[in-house]
Design a protein around this ligand. Structure first.
Ligand code: GDD
Ligand code: MG
Length: 367
């Protein structure tokens, strides 16, 4: 079975992390997000995959090529202008002549796709949508069904007063190719807001496949941190074999006086100085340097991040080539874009987001 993965969104809510790369290429445990998704599909025997791209497509193509090193076969489609979720799959029509899968490219799950495909076939549905329970359905597409699981209503991003169920569209679909005939070509169309509503109005059989498997939409920096923590803490064991320990990449040098409290993943070629404290769950990308006496807890650092002496990082994200100088503090849910330089003696409070390449002068931010 073929799969179309939608990886064309701009990842607006994840800025500044998505200023220079797409959401699909953001590192999760030091591998691009999309690599995890491809491995998941491969485990279910789905190896013929079409990537529907728009925003910054070249990084994806350069990294994955024809897919061989990930064990899948990739085809690429680039939309000049984003075509929306239905427009993107319509654009892939020439590849799709039998039942196929469609996935949002920003979900992390171990939902049983094989069982979902069987469920779809048994019911002779035109569309089967995976649904999962969430605490806050207002950020998602709400799906109502009858007692037999047949979909009776879609409500995209409802207000709290409209919420009738906590089961939402999980962004995994099994679809029949006939539905593509209903989508106008070369137009921006939303499958959630338009195509599914039209199919429903025509009385077409659409079913919800319920799952309580691990599921997360990596839509915000908070969710991105949560995903890294969950995986390190072993909350999705079939997706990542968390050792619960400290994993250290080749060529890394750790001073014997450093205290590292699991679970921590350290990439290749890192240098950890004297008296450094690292408390998990924490991820250090390759080539990070942490100077003497610095303290890091619950952080995700990308490639080549430099942390100065006695700096403190807590529950934050720093993208490629950031520098946090001596005695500076970067606190809860702060997000630093690529190449941000935080001069010494600054204190970035909760939730601060700094755009790529910005240099913060020493001692200029104190709360
Ligand atoms: N190719 C292409 N073109 N891909 C797109 C486009 C486009 O124009 N617009 C969005 N995408 C991709 C995004 O990259 C993402 O992988 C996926 O489509 C969904 O877009 P999001 O922007 O992440 O949507 P959402 O998270 O707000 O809502 C969607 O996903 C939820 C589950 O995660 C909806 O499908 C909701 O109903 C659903 O609950
Ligand atoms: Mg999303």
């Amino acid at each position: 079975m073929k799969a179309v993965i939608l990886v064309g969104g701009e990842g607006t809510r994840l800025r500044p992390l998505t200023c220079n790369i797409t959401k699909a290429m953001m590192p999760v445990l030091n591998k691009p997000f999309l690599e995890h998704l491809l491995a998941y599909l491969k485990r279910h025997g789905v190896t013929d995959i079409i990537l529907a791209m728009s925003y910054l497509p070249h990084h994806i193509k350069d990294y994955f090529g024809d897919g061989a090193k990930t064990g899948v076969r990739l085809s690429y489609l680039i939309e000049e202008e984003p075509l929306g979720t239905a427009g993107a799959v319509k654009n892939a029509e020439r590849y799709l002549d039998e039942t196929f899968l469609m996935l949002n490219g920003d979900i992390f799950t171990d939902l049983d796709i094989t069982a979902m495909i069987n469920f779809h076939r048994e019911r002779k549905a035109v569309a089967t949508i995976a649904v999962t329970p969430v605490d806050d359905p207002t950020a998602y597409g709400l799906i109502e069904t009858d007692a037999g699981g047949r979909i009776t209503r879609f409500l995209e991003k409802p207000g709290w007063e409209e919420v009738t169920t906590n089961r939402i569209n999980a962004g995994i679909y099994v679809l029949e190719p006939d539905i593509l005939a209903r989508i106008p070509p070369k137009k921006t169309v939303s499958i959630e807001r338009e195509t599914f509503q039209q199919l429903l109005a025509r009385g077409k059989p659409m079913y919800a496949y319920s799952s309580t498997a691990y599921w997360l939409d990596m839509g915000t920096p908070e969710k991105y941190l949560r995903l890294n923590y969950d995986l390190l803490l072993g909350k999705a064991p079939s997706l990542f074999n968390a050792t619960g320990g400290v994993q250290i990449g080749g060529g890394s040098q750790i001073d014997p006086s450093a205290k590292i409290e699991a679970p921590v993943l350290i990439g290749e070629g890192c240098v950890i100085g004297r008296g450094v404290k690292i408390k998990g769950p924490t991820v250090l990308g390759p080539e990070c340097e942490i100077a003497e006496g610095a303290s890091i807890e619950g952080a995700v650092l990308w490639n080549n991040v430099r942390v100065g002496k006695r700096a403190i990082l807590r529950n934050c994200i720093a993208a490629d080539h950031c520098q946090i100088h001596e005695a500076s503090q970067v606190m809860d849910n702060c997000v630093l874009g690529d190449k941000v330089v935080v001069g010494k003696n600054n204190k970035l409070a909760q939730g601060t987001r700094i755009r790529p390449n910005k240099r913060i002068a020493p001692g200029s931010i104190s709360s």
